[in-house]
Design a protein around this ligand. Structure first.
Ligand SMILES: C[C@](O)(CO)[C@H](O)COP(=O)(O)O
Length: 250
């Protein structure tokens, strides 16, 4: 008999962190998730930040870093809640492989290895909203103007201003009913799949947008390392206090 999965079944929280990327945009010798900030790799910061909000974490790791990561995990608290899965050649392959280990009828988030600053409130809200509607993603409103830039080349149209209020920047963790995103990841890869929602969109339209905080940056380029170091060395309370002081200064 076919198993019927209800909305209320989606309570267990899985999280996949694809960590097989090479990080060419950072221009460092190591992939960006293995750069150290405050004595720990960015990946370790991300795992430590996400563990309290999830039941199981699956790290998609390439064979080159397998032993090092396994060793780092052994020394972490709650190591039994983390498992490794072999990374593929692309992010899409890595997520597809890791999804094989996730049971149906659960919630599964997919989160960038280089986003260690997702807030507790936003992560919880993404899992809660995904449980309710099927999928949820943190997004940020734009505070700068936006232009549409058509393809270059002969006969190209000029660039155009667009209405920024209709657009959102898309962040992670992106959370789904596991059976839905597993089904979506059965599709062949397309270039338009820049994140997991774009894979999900092909089959489903139920997706909640959760307002994100600006701090949940993806550490991609060298200048973002400064921000990351600052965010890691000050607590949220300290930053709020400083902001209040600056706002009230004359
Ligand atoms: C998933 C993502 O962070 C959403 O904004 C983004 O698409 C990842 O991009 P990358 O080029 O794979 O780092």
């Amino acid at each position: 008999m076919e198993q019927v999965i209800k909305e209320s079944d989606h309570t267990k929280r899985y999280l996949i962190i694809p960590s097989g990327g090479s990080g060419v945009r950072m221009g460092a010798e190591l992939p960006k998730q293995y750069i150290k900030l405050g004595g720990k790799t960015i990946l370790q910061h991300t795992v430590e930040a996400m563990l309290p909000h999830t039941d199981f974490i699956i790290l998609g790791v390439s064979y080159d870093y397998w032993v090092v990561i396994e060793d780092a995990i052994q020394r972490m608290r709650l190591a039994d809640r983390i498992q490794l899965s072999v990374a593929g050649k692309t992010r899409f392959d890595t997520v597809r492989k890791a999804l094989r280990t996730v049971p149906d009828g659960t919630l599964v988030g997919i989160h960038d290895a280089v986003r260690p600053f997702a807030s507790k409130a936003v992560v919880d809200k993404c899992y809660e909203e995904a449980q309710r509607v099927g999928a949820a993603v943190p997004v940020l409103q734009l505070s700068e103007s936006l232009r549409y830039h058509p393809d270059e080349g002969a006969g190209a149209q000029p660039s155009q201003a667009v209405d920024r209020s209709r657009y959102r920047l898309v962040r992670t963790p992106q959370v789904f009913w596991s059976e839905r995103i597993k089904e979506a990841y059965q599709q062949p890869y397309q270039e338009s799949f820049t994140d997991d929602c774009s894979v999900y969109d092909q089959l489903y339209s139920d997706l909640a947008l959760v307002p994100d905080t600006t701090e949940n940056i993806k550490i991609t380029t060298p200048d973002q390392l400064y921000w990351a170091e600052h965010l890691l060395t000050t607590s949220r309370q300290e930053r709020l206090r400083l902001t209040q002081r600056l706002l009230s200064s004359r």
